[in-house]
Write a protein that binds this ligand. Structure first.
Ligand code: E4P
Length: 224
């Protein structure tokens, strides 16, 4: 499963890329606006920070021709691997058909139903992004929707990948993994929570204290 960072916070991106096994960064207009920075400079800095990892940037255009023009401009600016995020609607589908012919990757976003995902994939999207937490918020079973999309893609041997998004806790990520989501995009704080456990802390504290009783402050390297 791919893990992607859902933020435009440069310091957080640099930290997560250094420590965690990640395949890219996703943004959306809300995430970008949160940084309150020069848009172009921010995206260029993110590209510099992530090197050849994926960068997913969302369009703000609503007509297919304008979406295609934005995607081309962003692709020229940022280079590959690049994916234009397009909210699912008819104009978005039309743009996806054109962009996939041009070889520009599309991540269809704001997906809430398996049929939206299926139509996006058939139009040529590389990724479809169902919003797990927003579905859970209305008692609509976010991981269940992820599972159904994966199942439908399997049924028809569709190459598109599920990039589950909008996570708020570890349990949601765990359920997406059980549902065989191909990828998840999560915020930096959730990366830390995924590997945290009080029993791990207790185990390490025990190892340290037992070691010090015999070897004091000496390290393994001091003794070999
Ligand atoms: C990412 O692709 C989505 O835009 C994002 O995960 C949505 O998250 P939210 O529901 O927390 O805004």
């Amino acid at each position: 499963m791919e893990f992607i960072i859902d933020t435009a916070d440069l310091a957080a991106i640099r930290r997560i890329v250094e420590y965690f096994p990640v395949t890219g960064v996703t943004t959306n207009p809300t995430i970008i606006a949160r940084e309150n920075a020069d848009f172009k400079a921010l995206l260029v800095a993110i590209r510099e920070a992530i090197g050849n990892l994926q960068l997913h940037v969302q369009t703000t255009a609503t007509k297919a021709e304008d979406i295609v023009a934005e995607a081309e401009a962003l692709h020229d600016l940022l280079g590959d691997p690049f994916f234009i995020k397009i909210p699912i609607d008819a104009e978005g589908l039309k743009a996806t058909k054109i962009l996939s012919q041009m070889g520009i990757g599309v991540t269809m976003t704001a997906i809430f139903t398996p049929q939206q995902a299926l139509m996006s994939a058939l139009a040529g999207a590389t990724y479809v992004a169902p919003y797990v937490n927003r579905l859970d918020n209305i008692c609509a079973d976010g991981s269940g929707v992820v599972e159904e999309i994966v199942q439908i893609f399997d049924n028809y041997a569709i190459d598109a990948k599920v990039l589950a998004a909008s996570f708020k806790n570890v349990e949601q990520v765990h359920k997406a993994a059980l549902a065989a989501s191909h990828a998840v995009t999560i915020n930096p704080e959730l990366f830390d929570q995924l590997i945290c456990h009080p029993l791990t802390d207790a185990a390490v504290a025990g190892f340290t204290s037992d070691w010090k009783k015999v070897y004091g402050e000496k390290t393994v390297q001091d003794l070999i």
